[in-house]
Design a protein around this ligand. Structure first.
Ligand code: C2E
Ligand code: MG
Ligand code: MG
Ligand code: MG
Length: 281
């Protein structure tokens, strides 16, 4: 809650997770109003296929234009939404808008898969798979045009319930990804039961690849292990050319990070991929 505290000037000895704190309640009612008023926006960050340098995917990342506070980063309000029982509304907004943008990309002739983030709580919602299927149908988007990211912590909370929801999502043809891989506590015994196609190596191991030999060893091993188990592997937090070259050399499938491109609004993202297409690479 560091961001929340520093932004709101709350003392450090305040109980960090009391959902009844007035600040959190007002933040929450503002967020609910923002959802209704569409004051939220999805930014898009490119994912580059290292084999040929093409951007063939993007991750949608939520932003909140909060009046008088600028752009509020998600880590602050996602946690509050989770703790106050409002994450379902937020996720419905993200799914609806993310899938609508995926439809726009298809209609503009782009072949870009859109990854959407789910919160840990969403994985406990048995209504989620049907809702996603309905949205895909309503927008005429094939399941293969989106992917859903969940963190390791999301799946260890309620392993069996999560497994059922993930399986039903995967059954609809949506590829699932484990986000922030490597920093959580998922055992491989559990991981291998999940219908997951992609591992996203956490940026903690990726950001310093250029200078840290230990990180290079970890990432090389995770890529190899991931491939041997049949996963696609993405590295997130790729911040420089050296790191990207290293990832290509160890056969990592996708790179995502500031060096490839920062998250930008949808129009800027479309302009970027449009500008790349004619050149062919
Ligand atoms: P994430 O899903 O792991 O997303 C990657 C985060 O790393 C994003 O932060 C992105 O802006 C940032 N990032 C990308 N490239 C680099 C880089 O090269 N260096 C560094 N230092 N950072 C980089 P962001 O947008 O602030 O999102 C933070 C987290 O909030 C996300 O982590 C995700 O867990 C959550 N989140 C974002 N959007 C949504 C959403 O729509 N729904 C839910 N439930 N969670 C979301
Ligand atoms: Mg993610
Ligand atoms: Mg991540
Ligand atoms: Mg993260």
């Amino acid at each position: 809650f560091a961001a929340l505290k520093s932004t709101r000037g709350v003392d450090v000895y305040d109980p960090p997770s009391d959902p009844h704190r007035p600040e959190r309640l007002s933040l929450m009612s503002e967020l609910r109003a923002a959802i209704d008023a569409d004051a939220l926006e999805l930014f898009f960050q490119p994912k580059l296929r290292l084999a040929d340098g093409q951007v063939d995917a993007a991750e949608a990342l939520i932003r909140w234009h909060r009046p008088g506070r600028g752009m509020v980063p998600p880590e602050m309000f996602i946690t509050v939404a989770e703790e106050t029982g409002n994450i379902g509304r937020l996720t419905r907004w993200v799914l609806a808008h993310g899938i609508a943008h995926a439809a726009e990309l298809i209609h503009a002739g782009h072949s870009i898969r859109v990854s959407l983030n789910l919160s840990a709580r969403d994985i406990g919602d048995p209504g989620l798979p049907d809702r996603v299927a309905e949205l895909l149908h309503a927008h005429g988007v094939p399941a293969s045009a989106i992917a859903l990211e969940v963190t390791e912590s999301a799946v260890i909370g309620e392993p069996e319930a999560a497994l059922q929801v993930l399986r039903r999502l995967a059954d609809t043809g949506i590829d699932m990804a484990i986000d922030d891989f490597g920093i959580g506590q998922t055992s491989f015994a559990y991981l291998r039961r999940l219908p997951v196609r992609e591992l996203k190596i956490d940026k903690m191991f990726v950001q310093h690849l250029a200078t840290d030999p230990t990180d290079r060893t970890i990432v090389r091993s995770l890529v190899e292990l991931g491939h041997r188990l049949g996963y696609q592997v993405t590295a997130e937090g790729v911040e420089d050319a050296e790191s990207m070259a290293f990832l290509a050399s160890v056969g990592c499938d996708h790179a995502q990070g500031y060096h490839v491109g920062r998250p930008v609004d949808f129009a800027a993202f479309v302009a970027r991929i449009g500008a790349r297409d004619p050149g062919g690479a």
